[in-house]
Structure formats: C-alpha cells, structure tokens
Design a protein around this ligand. Structure first.
Ligand SMILES: [Zn+2]
Length: 439
C-alpha cells in the first residue's frame, strides 16, 4: 500500500473494494469467512458521507450515520439476526444461542466518523463481528451463547466534542444534565440533535441495559498506531484501555511592560510554564511503559508582543492502562508544576477536568487470545490502547477484550487511514475462534 508519485492516498483508495482486494491473500477465505464480502461492505459504508478527499463524514446522530446503521441492519437481517434499535440509536443484531441459561456475548463498534475521517475506524469492528455470524451461518455453527453484533452511536464525539454517547446510554452512565447542556457547532442542543434522527432524551435515558445479562464485550479496532506494523504483525492483543485524565494548570505571574520591567523583577508565567512543558515528557517513563502525558493546549494572557505573560493556562492529558499508575502519574505531574511555580515565584492553580478510569483486560482473555493467535500462526503481540473506545465504557460494567488490527503508518481519522484486507480478515478469524472458545 505505497503512496505512489506523491499523490494523496485518499484519491487512490477508490474504488475501495478493488484496492482492498488487490493484494488480498485468498487463502484466508476459509471456515466461512469471506474477504470479498468484508471488502464489499467496507466499500459500501465508505460511500455514505464520502467527502471530496475520499474520506468519510458521518458525525454521530447525523443522517449519514443513520444511513450507515440502516445498511448494516439490512445485512444483519439477511444473516438471520434479530435487529433492534434502542432509544440512543444503538443497533443490536441478535443471534439466539442454544443455551438460554448462558450469558450473552456482545461484539461490535461504531459507524460514525470524525469529519473527513477514514473508512476503517469503527466500521471494521462492526463488520468483523458480523462476518463471524456470516461464517457461522455458512458452516452451520450454532453458538451456545447468544451473540449480539452492536453498532454504538456517536463514538467519536464529532458532534458535541464528547463521544461514546451510545455506549454510555447502554451502561446507564448518561450524566444527562451535562448532556442536556451540549450544543453542536450549528447551535443545536442535544435534544434537538436526537430529534433530527427521530430519537428523544427519554428514549436515550431508557436505553440502559441490564449488563448482568452479558458475559463479555469484545471489540476489533484498528490500532491507530505503528507498533503492529513495525513488528509486521497483522493483529494484536490489547492489554488495557488507558483512561484519560485532563488537568488544567494555570500559572499566574505578573503582566508588565516588556521594555520597562528589568529582568530580575519579573514574574513571567510563560517562562515558568515552558519549564513545566519541558519537564512533563520526562515523567511518564518513570511510571510505566504504557504511561503517557501530553500538553496539547495552551493559552497565554494577555498574549501581546510587548507584554510579559501574566497568566498561562495549559492542559495536560495523562493516560495509563493501570489505575494506580494513572494516579501516580497525575500526582507527579502536579508535583512538578508546584516545584516549577515555586522556583519562578509564580502562583499555581489546577483543576481536574475529567478522569476516566482505565479498563484493564483480564489475563484470562489475553491468554485465550494468545492461544488463538498461535493457532492462527500469528505471533502473539501485546499492546495497550492509548485511545478510548466503546470497550472502555462497556468495560466499566462487564469484562472487555480488544483485538487491534495493523494500521498503515499509524494513520487514523484521515481519508488515507488504511488496513490491509488480509490483516482485517485474520482479525476476523481471531475474533471467531476467540468467541468459539467462550461457548
Ligand atoms: Zn473508533
């Protein structure tokens, strides 16, 4: 999948199906799994909300997302699934298991995208779960446990800068008062946006499910990083989903005239903040291999050419897959800020904006995935998920597992997001065998 002649890869992706099948290894068309069908479905979904750059534009709760859900629902029905939609617009395709006393397994992801996003993020997870059903149907396999293929609404949060709204409704983490305050970029409120796709706030609230009925949620997703590609591995075992913690730090010094204030008589908030910015990247490696901290947003006041900065606010995004490590990292980042503020004689305040608990993935599921990988002649490779996913939300209530698929150049949320079909199909086989081992 090389970018040829410097042309933008998005241009070359179409027709998507043809490109996907161009170097597909058909030896993976076995046990009822079809690369052709998967490619065709990825292609058809990519047509919905197709942008001028050949990207995808299907914001959560948009007509495009709804059209994509309806298309997948027709495939679900054709595969023999009982399709229902809840009040949050989440779509469930249910395959009744042979043994009604056993708990249900759920697998899927989302079909919404960021503006001008790619064609694999989310959609692959939904289609992978559906492909397992197709394979079972083809081979006459009947699972003991009921299996549900799910499409969660608005995972990306492109609409309200929030995300995960569908999966949150399912577990009842609706924090509805906060959501009612949301407005999208066109000024539409949460309830107005729901109404635009024939949903209501009441229906959204009523979408909470009894999670006791579920054994496990498993999500196939593109890696959105480069680890699998670097190691030449089609798909990997996710060890945990990092929860983000956002802390806003404000360094308060004294604004003054850049010409008239001597160097030894300054309280420059930006000089202090910049030392902190240098310090933050050195902290995570002291905590764990998966810990990360990022400063991506900063505001300087008054932000004038000839004014000593009086106040600097910045956000630190802190993540790790282990809760204690996430907490330790947060504490150490705060300590570093305190020391720097003290050294520069400026004041410091901070406010934790969000803290999402990381979701660990049980050893037993990781071990089962390892066995499946070996069976499929894939070298087991473990990696954390730095980004949040529906599995992070569902994982608050029931055990979750994730399978990452190799991403080309780690690119995601862009039209040139790419995963080779052979890798996608291998992930389907891993998911299928993993599910069969849960019966
Ligand atoms: Zn996603």
């Amino acid at each position: 999948m090389n970018i040829q002649g410097g042309t933008f890869m998005g241009e070359q992706q179409f027709p998507l199906k043809k490109r996907l099948l161009a170097n597909y290894d058909y030896s993976f068309d076995r046990h009822g799994v079809s690369g052709d069908r998967l490619a065709s479905r990825l292609h058809q979904l990519a047509q919905i909300g197709l942008t001028a750059d050949n990207g995808s534009n299907r914001p959560g709760f948009s007509p495009q997302e709804l059209t994509a859900k309806k298309l997948v629902a027709t495939w679900m029905e054709a595969a023999g699934l009982i399709v229902t939609t809840d009040g949050a617009g989440n779509v469930f395709g249910r395959l009744e298991g042979n043994n009604p006393t056993k708990k249900t397994i759920m697998s899927g992801s989302h079909v919404d995208t960021v503006p001008n996003g790619g064609h694999f993020d989310g959609t692959l997870g939904v289609l992978a779960a559906l492909e397992v059903v197709e394979a079972w149907k083809k081979t006459g396999y009947q699972p003991e446990r009921t299996f549900e293929v799910v499409i969660f609404s608005d995972e990306e949060g492109a609409r309200f800068n929030s995300g995960l709204l569908g999966s949150e409704a399912v577990i009842g983490a609706s924090q509805i008062n906060e959501k009612l305050q949301l407005t999208d970029q066109d000024g539409y409120s949460f309830s107005e946006v729901l109404q635009s796709v024939d949903l209501t706030v009441e229906g959204y609230l009523a979408s909470e499910r009894d999670m006791e009925e579920y054994e496990l949620f498993v999500e196939v997703h593109i890696e959105q990083g480069k680890r699998l590609e670097r190691n030449n591995i089609p798909c990997g075992i996710v060890t945990g989903i990092a929860g983000p913690c956002w802390v806003e730090f404000t360094f308060i010094g004294e604004a003054g005239h850049a010409g008239n204030t001597p160097m030894n008589d300054r309280k420059d908030a930006l000089v202090a903040a910049s030392e902190f910015i240098q310090l933050v990247p050195t902290i995570p490696t002291k905590i764990s291999k998966s810990a990360v901290a990022t400063i991506g947003k900063i505001a300087v006041k008054p932000n004038g050419v000839n004014v000593i900065p009086g106040e600097v606010s910045l956000y630190v995004d802190i993540r790790d897959i282990n809760k204690t490590d996430q907490e330790n990292l947060t504490t150490q980042v705060k300590e570093a800020a305190k020391e720097v503020a003290h050294k520069h004689g400026v004041e410091l305040t901070w406010e934790e904006k969000i803290r999402v608990s990381p979701v660990p993935i049980r050893e037993e599921y990781q071990a089962m995935l390892k066995d499946v990988m070996k069976e499929q002649e894939i070298e087991p490779y473990y990696l954390p998920s730095g980004a949040g996913h529906d599995a992070m939300v569902i994982g608050e209530k029931i055990p979750a597992a994730m399978i990452f698929v190799q991403s080309k150049d780690g690119i995601s949320h862009r039209p040139d997001e790419w995963s080779d079909l052979t890798d996608c199909v291998q992930a389907v086989h891993v998911l299928k065998r993993f599910l069969e081992k849960q019966q």
